[in-house]
Ligand binder design. Structure first.
Ligand code: TXA
Ligand code: MG
Length: 346
């Protein structure tokens, strides 16, 4: 991988690569993306190849201005436009009906397309300089945690001929909220930093797709193909200790530590519990990773994917993630952790 320092000259260089059908890693405020010209099906197929991504999992298309929508979608409703105006630029993706010109390689055969206008200045400059919408999934091999720091992405794609713009650590750290509108109801297909509470301020009729929190099989019909796939998973097994009102989370974690005497354990815990819990007293504890303050969920969301990746660098056999309150951004973070531990929750 070839690292490009974030400056205007390099963004222009990357935009040229996109225009001529190459793929480029670039920062966004959510996670890093690995992008190609969304209207060039050959370029788009390179993304699927390098990520080893399932052919039926569609890509999100990134735009730098609302006028780019005309190239991609037939029309949108008043409510859809209200949502775009409220949350763009930002960590928000909306699924709309695609125009014929958008290759099915991008939408994985669907007649709909997920679109997002990022707020990251680098991403916006890259898209507007290239002058084309950029299709980009998260920059990681499919199944692994999304890339939020260039060092992590470099490790993953080290043998690949690939240019990457360095944008430092991703600000939000988890991927965008994905929604669709059906009969004036907003349905959240993937929770993110724009929460159900934020959307409720624009439209009172909003709900989660019921499959967001459940394990779905490969053959099930889902509203968003990404729901079916293994995600964010370290290579060793783990468990999420669910946060419960009036229950001491530290006690619950210790109970779990005691049942895993033969394992070498990594714990992901909040800063507050690391300060009070005596996790180090247990000989089967290998490492303790600080997720951030439980009173600052943005800090935890920025760190979570990086820590899930770090697990694989340690000599451990099992990991325990301390739960956080499932409210607001907490719901989106827990949605990622549940998938990382492959639904092993106690
Ligand atoms: O924050 C983000 O969204 C990042 C950055 C790079 O923008 N991108 C990202 O892309 O997370 P990816 O490919 O890792 O996840 C895209 C998700 C998948 O779950 C996919 O199924 C869903 O969006 N999606 C895309 N197009 C869709 C469509 N037409 N209908 C339903 N779901 C769609
Ligand atoms: Mg992804």
């Amino acid at each position: 991988m070839n690292k490009l320092i974030n400056n205007s000259e390099n963004i222009h260089y990357a935009a040229e690569l996109i225009k001529k059908g190459d793929i480029v890693v670039f920062p966004t405020e959510t996670v890093y993306g690995i992008g190609a010209n969304a209207l060039d099906k050959v370029a788009v197929s390179k993304i699927f190849k390098i990520k080893e991504r399932a052919k039926d999992n569609p890509l999100i298309v990134h735009i730098s201005s609302k006028s780019m929508l005309n190239k991609l979608v037939k029309s949108y409703s008043k409510l859809e436009e209200k949502l775009m105006d409220a949350f763009w630029p930002g960590p928000f993706t909306i699924v709309l009906k695609k125009k014929q010109e958008v290759p099915y390689e991008v939408t994985a055969g669907l007649d709909t397309i997920g679109i997002r206008m990022p707020e990251s200045k680098v991403a916006i400059e890259l898209i507007s300089t290239a002058g084309v919408p950029i299709a980009a999934p998260s920059a990681n091999i499919s199944g692994k945690p999304s890339g939020t720091r260039l060092e992590d992405i470099e490790e993953e794609f080290k043998d690949k001929q690939l240019y990457a713009i360095d944008g430092g650590c991703s600000n939000y750290g988890i991927e965008s909220t994905v929604v669709t509108v059906k009969e004036n109801e907003v349905i959240i297909l993937r929770p993110g930093s724009i929460t159900i509470e934020d959307i409720s301020k624009i439209c009172s009729n909003v709900k989660y797709d019921e499959k967001i929190f459940k394990k779905v099989s490969q053959i099930e019909t889902v509203s968003s193909p990404g729901m079916k796939y293994k995600h964010y998973a370290p290579s060793i097994p783990g468990v999420l200790i669910k946060w419960e009102k009036d229950k001491d989370i530290i006690e619950k974690v210790i109970k779990e530590i005691k049942t895993k005497k033969d394992e070498k354990i990594i714990i992901l815990a909040s800063r507050e519990s690391i300060e009070t819990a005596k996790y180090n007293n247990y000989s089967n504890i290998n490492k303790i990773f600080n997720m951030g303050s439980k009173n600052d969920l943005k800090e935890i969301s920025r760190n979570i994917f990086h820590l899930l990746r770090k697990i694989d660098k340690e000599d451990a056999t099992y990991y325990i993630v301390e739960g956080i309150e499932e409210k607001g951004l907490g719901i989106s973070i827990i949605n990622r952790i549940i998938r990382a531990v492959e639904y092993n929750v106690v």
